[in-house]
Design a protein around this ligand. Structure first.
Ligand code: SF4
Length: 447
């Protein structure tokens, strides 16, 4: 009988990347993916400790699995990811039906942990440091044309709202050679778009030296090297940190044909006082100056950002600062979050937690402003022709693709994911565009 697995992913792209590796390991072990927990022999919850109510979501999901596991004693329940790393033994105390807790640094040992769970009962591995990059593991990707490529794990910063340094540890970069070998083999298997992933891509290489010299490799160098890989037509990266941003990255973005005209540039707050309390070591003027330089060097680039509303001590004046910077920055999109304390972070213990209703009211004002700006940015594209990379089916029939500027466009007709085509933009909405499919430029090459 077919042995099946289900991986549920919560959280960011780093987790999506790790889930592809978890699925790859299970596939290499002879299992096949299923969408139904009831059918699965292995169910993995790949957790996130950043989002609000992360624990509630985890224990809610585990609660649903409990009767399924009682009905199917062969089922093994695995908790992976950042909450596994953070909560460790607490998970199996609260949910004794969990068979394996595997931390962010221990993924390579997942199959062995499952075997040991079979023979010996519940297992946990939450080691403190990465020995094998998850990228070195086999992957089972959701789509054939795109791949996440991890260039570094962990983070050396200490933003006071963020749990990442605690659960992912200090930064460890992969060598440019390793990254390139992965990108080359992805290109050979039909991947045309890669997203380079790191918590702070600008500090990539800070912990390495170039073989044969005392020099550190730079992120801009890596971008140029990936750009030179034949078959890779789009390169994205996330996320740069405004504090560590450097002009050579802008030059590489402008000069490398495959590097897309989009940057995700997290602002977090427009108030310098709040930025200081967040321990984000740039100020709003410097941030805006970087944006001007980037836009000058890469015409038409789309800029997206992250914003936190209601950080402890945020006054109405601080919030007005955020609105002002958002107005000046003219972001194409912003991922807006209402601050809520994350246990284990410095800010969770700060005085001046802002009442929920105040946070909500500010949040609504910010979203309203950003929606207006996003809509205007999208309306400016109506009538233009853009290059789309088709990602899959559209919600209302037709197909959905993405521009180089990372905008989602719905077009008519059926198109295979991985197809490049021209589309004329017909109408704009704050979060997507609608268009008419035109000439097909390239269809996926069977490999
Ligand atoms: S830079 Fe700050 S927000 Fe980003 S991962 Fe590091 S600590 Fe977290």
């Amino acid at each position: 009988m077919e042995r099946r697995f289900l991986v549920r992913t919560f959280g960011c792209q780093m987790n999506e990347h790790d889930s592809e590796r978890i699925a790859g390991l299970l596939t290499a072990d002879g299992m096949v993916a299923t969408e139904e927990a009831a059918d699965a022999e292995v169910v993995v919850l790949n957790t996130c400790a950043i989002r609000e109510n992360a624990d509630n979501r985890l224990y809610g999901n585990l609660g649903h699995l409990r009767p399924l596991k009682a009905a199917n004693p062969r089922m093994r329940v695995v908790v992976a990811g950042c909450l596994a790393q953070k909560d460790q033994g607490i998970i199996q105390q609260r949910a004794p039906w969990v068979d394996v807790v595997v931390g962010t640094h221990a993924l390579p040992g997942l199959l062995e942990l499952l075997r040991r769970a079979e023979a010996e009962g519940p297992q946990m591995d939450v080691r403190e440091a990465t020995e094998v990059f998850p990228s070195a593991l086999p992957a089972r990707r959701e789509v054939a044309h795109h791949a996440w490529v991890s260039i570094a794990v962990g983070c050396d910063n200490a933003c006071t709202f963020c749990i990442v340094p605690l659960v992912r540890g200090p930064q460890r970069s992969r060598s440019i050679g390793d990254v390139l070998a992965e990108v080359q083999s992805l290109a050979a298997s039909g991947v045309v778009e890669v997203t380079l992933l790191g918590q702070n891509v600008n500090t990539f290489g800070r912990d390495l030296t170039v073989p044969g010299s005392g020099r550190r490799p730079l992120f801009a160098e890596l971008l140029r090297a990936v750009d030179a890989v034949e078959g890779i037509r789009r390169i994205r990266f996330t996320s740069p940190h405004p504090h560590d941003f450097t002009p050579d990255v802008i030059e590489a973005m402008a000069e490398c044909d495959a590097v897309c005209e989009h940057i995700h540039f997290p602002l977090q707050s427009g108030s310098d006082r709040v930025l200081q309390k967040m321990r984000r070591s740039y100020r709003s003027e410097r941030y805006l100056a970087w944006l001007d330089r980037i836009r000058e060097a890469v015409p038409g680039i789309a800029v997206t950002t992250d914003l936190i509303v209601g950080f402890p001590g945020e006054s109405e004046e601080d919030f007005a600062g955020t609105l002002q910077v958002v107005e000046r920055a003219q972001f194409d999109q912003a991922y807006t979050f209402q601050y809520s304390p994350r246990p284990g972070t410095a800010a969770a213990g700060f005085d001046g937690q802002v009442p929920k209703e105040v946070v909500q009211e500010r949040f609504e004002r910010l979203v309203e402003l950003q929606e207006r700006i996003s809509l205007a940015a999208n309306e400016a594209l109506v009538g233009s022709t853009v290059e789309l990379l088709i990602e899959g089916e559209g919600r209302k029939g037709g197909a959905q693709g993405r521009t180089r500027t990372n905008k989602v466009v719905h077009v008519d007709g059926r198109h295979v994911p991985g197809t490049f085509l021209d589309a004329e933009i017909l109408s704009a909405h704050p979060h997507h565009l609608s268009g008419a499919a035109g000439a097909v430029r390239r269809t996926p090459v069977p490999v």
